[in-house]
Design a protein around this ligand. Structure first.
Ligand SMILES: [Ca+2]
Length: 87
């Protein structure tokens, strides 16, 4: 009985690991040391989700977009975001 449970956990761990690896491999624009500021959702990938978060922050003031730490989200943060994305 314990052996069956161990096998089930092992299979679940393998499936989880392979899912994680394939998710990392599917990132077309992975975060680097110079563009990390633009990874607003912290998933290790620069993509449309980050663009949407930044656009939302510009409209709502969501502090996730306050890249210069000024306490507000404005065109200066937008410029920093674009700069980080392209670096
Ligand atoms: Ca991201």
């Amino acid at each position: 009985m314990n052996r069956a449970i161990f096998l089930l956990f092992s299979i679940a761990a393998l499936i989880s690991f392979s899912t994680t690896v394939s998710a990392q491999n599917s990132c077309a624009n992975p975060v680097t040391a110079t563009n990390a500021a633009a990874d607003l959702n912290g998933d290790g990938c620069l993509d449309d989700a980050d663009d949407e978060l930044m656009q939302d922050a510009m409209e709502t003031g969501n502090p996730v977009g306050d890249l210069n730490g000024s306490g507000t989200v404005n065109v200066s943060d937008w410029a920093l975001y674009q700069q980080a994305k392209q670096s």
